[in-house]
Ligand binder design. Structure first.
Ligand SMILES: [Zn+2]
Length: 595
C-alpha cells in the first residue's frame, strides 16, 4: 500500500512537472530584410508526444477578415533533439511534426512581409513591423501556454517597441503570459523615434516610424488629454504601460487596437493642417478607447478567440460604432474640439447613414455578423446593400446616450452603461451577451429598450434625430429641406482622361434608367464629357423630371440612355445649440456631453 501510494505520488509529481516544464521560445532575426523576410525560430521543450501540430492564425482580431497568414510562410523545417525530423502540412495553417517525443523540438521558417497595413507584417531595409498573428505559430491545444520572444534586430537597427513585458536583464527579449497576449502584441523593430509621456498613472511610449512632421511636445500634451478623458469614462486604467506604434506614409491612415498597444497609420504631412492634426488625435482617441471597449468590455464571441476561422458577433455596433461615437465625445471632453464642432460631427454622421441606401436594406446586427464577407469585402454595390456598423453604431450610440439622459432627467448617460459593463466583464472574466448588454441599458435608464432595439439594431428605421437631439436642446436643420435639386445618382472616376461610372445609387435616376458601373461616359445631352465639368449647367440647369441623354461605351459598344432626373433624396444636416433650452434640456445636455 505504501509502495503503490508512493508510486502514485511520483506519477502525479511527474505529470505536474512535465506540464509545467513545457517551454516555448521564439527568436526572430533578419537575414534579408531588403527582400521582406523575417526568420523565425521556435523552440518547444518538455513536450512528450508522438507528434505535435503547430498552427498559424488565419486572422488578426479587430480586423474581421480571414487573411490566411500561412500563405506567407516558407522553408518550414523541424528538428527533434538536434536531428531533422519529418513534418508535413495537414491543413492550410497547420504543420505536423513527427518523432517529437524527444525533449526538445526546434522549428524554423521564414515569413514574407510586404503588406503595409496595421494588421499585416511589413519588412524592408529600414525597419520591420511584425504583426504577431502572421509571424508566430502556437502548438495546437496550448493557446494558454506562456512563451518568450527574442528579437535580433538587423545590423544598424537599435530599437524594439512592443506592449509585451520585457524579460529583465535580457536585451530585446519579452515574455507573453499566453498566446492571446502574444497575438495581441505587435512588434516594431528599427530606428523609430521614441518619446514618452505619463497620463492617468500609465507610462505611454510613442514609436514614430517613417518620418512625419509632428511636434513631439504638442503631441505629448494632447495625447495625454485623450488618455485622461478616456480613462474618466471608466474610472480606471487597467494598464501599467501602453505603446503607440505610428507608421507614416505618403498617404496613410487606419488603426488597430490591442490590449496595451495600438498601431496607427498617418500621412507624413498630416500634422501640417489643424484638420489633419485633429484627425490624428481622433484616431488616437478611437484606438485608445478600444482598450476598454472590445479589448476588455467585449462581446462573448470576441475572446477567447478561435484563430482558425471566423468569429461571429452581432455586436460590432457596440465595439466599433460606440468607439466611433466616443471618439468625438472624448475629443470634446479633452478640450480638443469645441461644442459646435462636436454637434456638427454628430449630425453629419447621422446624415451619412440616412443617405446610404443600404441602411434601408441591412440591419446593424446583420452588418456586424456579416463583417467577414461584406464590410471587409466591399464591391461596387456595397452602399446599396450594406450599412457600416461603424457609422450606424455611432448614430445608435448618440440616440441611446440621449435616451438614457432623458429618461433619467440628466442623472445617467451611456457612460454609466459602458462603465458597468466593463466592471461586469472584469468580474465575470468573459464577454457579454446581447441580452446582458440590453439589460444593463434598461437597468441604468429605468426604461424599456425593446422598441429601440427593434427599430435601430434589428430594424432599419430612420433615425429620429430631431427628437433625440431635441432632448438636449440641439436643433437640427436639413439644409436641403424644401429644395428640388435634380440628381442622377452616380459616382465616377477619371481613368487616363476617360470618365467611368464607379457606383450607381439605388433608386436614383441612373439606377432606374439603366446606367451601369464601368460605363464610360462619352457625352451628356450631346456635350462631350470633358466639357460637362466646366459646364455644370448641363445638369444643374435642368429640373426634376427633365430627360438627359447619356452616351456611354459599355464593354466596347456604344449605348445611349435617356435618364429622367429625379430629386436629390439626400439630407444635409447642421446643428444649432439652443441658447434658450429648458432646464431639463440643459440637465440632459450637461450629463450627455458636459456642455
Ligand atoms: Zn475601431
Amino acid at each position: 500500500m505504501k509502495k503503490s501510494l508512493l508510486g502514485l505520488v511520483v506519477l502525479l509529481t511527474l505529470s505536474m512537472t512535465s506540464r509545467s516544464q513545457v517551454k516555448i521560445g521564439f527568436e526572430v532575426s533578419f537575414i534579408e530584410p531588403q527582400a521582406h523576410y523575417a526568420e523565425v525560430e521556435m523552440n518547444i521543450s518538455g513536450l512528450n508526444k508522438d507528434y505535435i501540430d503547430v498552427k498559424m492564425p488565419v486572422w488578426a482580431p479587430g480586423s474581421y477578415l480571414v487573411r490566411e497568414f500561412a500563405k506567407n510562410v516558407e522553408g518550414f523545417k523541424a528538428q527533434a533533439a538536434g536531428k531533422a525530423v519529418k513534418s508535413e502540412k495537414v491543413d492550410k495553417n497547420t504543420w505536423r511534426i513527427y518523432n517529437a517525443k524527444a525533449s526538445s523540438v526546434k522549428i524554423n521558417y521564414r515569413v514574407y512581409g510586404f503588406e503595409a497595413s496595421v494588421r499585416t507584417s511589413y519588412i524592408d531595409d529600414s525597419h520591420a513591423f511584425l504583426s504577431s498573428t502572421g509571424i508566430f505559430m502556437y502548438p495546437d491545444g496550448m493557446i494558454k501556454s506562456p512563451s518568450t520572444v527574442k528579437i535580433v534586430p538587423f545590423q544598424g537597427w537599435s530599437k524594439v517597441s512592443t506592449g509585451l513585458e520585457p524579460v529583465k536583464g535580457q536585451q530585446f527579449t519579452y515574455c507573453a503570459a499566453d498566446f492571446d497576449i502574444l497575438f495581441d502584441s505587435p512588434i516594431e523593430v528599427g530606428n523609430q523615434d521614441i518619446f514618452e509621456f505619463t497620463a492617468a498613472g500609465v507610462r505611454h511610449e510613442v514609436a514614430m516610424v517613417g518620418g512625419g512632421n509632428y511636434d513631439k511636445e504638442r503631441l505629448k500634451v494632447d495625447m495625454a488629454k485623450v488618455v485622461e478623458a478616456s480613462t474618466a469614462v471608466y474610472g480606471e486604467n487597467p494598464n501599467k504601460h501602453y505603446t503607440f506604434i505610428v507608421h507614416h506614409f505618403q498617404r496613410g491612415g487606419g488603426g488597430l487596437e490591442h490590449i496595451n498597444s495600438t498601431v496607427l497609420g498617418a500621412s507624413r504631412e498630416q500634422y501640417t493642417s489643424e484638420s489633419g492634426y485633429t484627425g490624428f488625435l481622433n484616431l488616437v482617441a478611437h484606438e485608445y478607447y478600444h482598450l476598454w471597449n472590445v479589448k476588455r468590455l467585449r462581446p462573448v464571441a470576441l475572446g477567447p478567440f478561435d484563430y482558425d476561422k471566423e468569429n461571429y458577433t452581432t455586436n460590432l455596433w457596440i465595439s466599433e460604432g460606440f468607439t466611433a461615437y466616443y471618439e468625438n465625445k472624448i475629443m470634446l471632453n479633452a478640450g480638443l474640439i469645441d461644442p459646435q464642432t462636436f454637434a456638427n460631427n454628430l449630425v453629419t454622421a447621422v446624415a451619412n447613414v440616412e443617405n446610404t441606401p443600404g441602411a434601408k436594406v441591412q440591419t446593424v446586427a446583420e452588418a456586424s455578423f456579416d463583417a467577414w464577407i461584406k464590410f471587409y469585402r466591399p464591391n461596387e454595390n456595397s452602399s446599396n446593400t450594406t450599412i457600416s456598423y461603424y457609422s450606424k453604431g455611432e448614430v445608435i450610440g448618440l440616440l441611446m446616450d440621449l435616451e438614457i439622459a432623458q429618461a433619467t432627467k440628466g442623472a445617467k448617460s451611456l457612460d454609466d452603461v459602458m462603465k458597468a459593463m466593463y466592471l461586469h466583464g472584469k468580474t465575470s472574466q468573459r464577454g457579454y451577451t446581447d441580452a446582458e448588454f440590453k439589460a444593463m441599458v434598461e437597468k441604468i435608464s429605468g426604461i424599456n429598450f425593446t422598441d429601440f432595439y427593434a427599430k435601430y439594431i434589428n430594424g432599419t428605421h430612420p433615425a429620429e434625430y430631431q427628437k433625440y437631439l431635441g432632448y438636449a436642446g440641439i436643433k437640427v436643420k436639413n439644409e436641403n429641406e424644401g429644395t428640388s435639386i435634380p440628381y442622377i445618382g452616380v459616382a465616377s472616376r477619371n481613368v487616363d482622361g476617360g470618365i467611368f461610372i464607379t457606383a450607381v445609387s439605388r433608386n436614383s435616376a441612373a439606377w432606374v434608367d439603366g446606367l451601369n458601373v464601368n460605363d464610360q461616359v462619352i457625352s451628356v445631352d450631346g456635350v462631350p464629357v470633358e466639357a460637362v465639368v466646366e459646364r455644370m449647367s448641363v445638369i444643374t440647369g435642368k429640373k426634376v423630371g427633365d430627360v438627359v441623354k447619356f452616351q456611354v461605351v459599355r464593354d466596347g459598344l456604344p449605348k445611349t440612355f435617356a435618364v429622367t432626373l429625379k430629386a436629390n433624396p439626400n439630407i444635409k444636416l447642421t446643428a444649432v445649440i439652443d441658447d434658450k433650452a429648458t432646464a431639463k434640456q440643459l440637465a440632459v445636455r450637461k450629463r450627455w456631453a458636459g456642455i
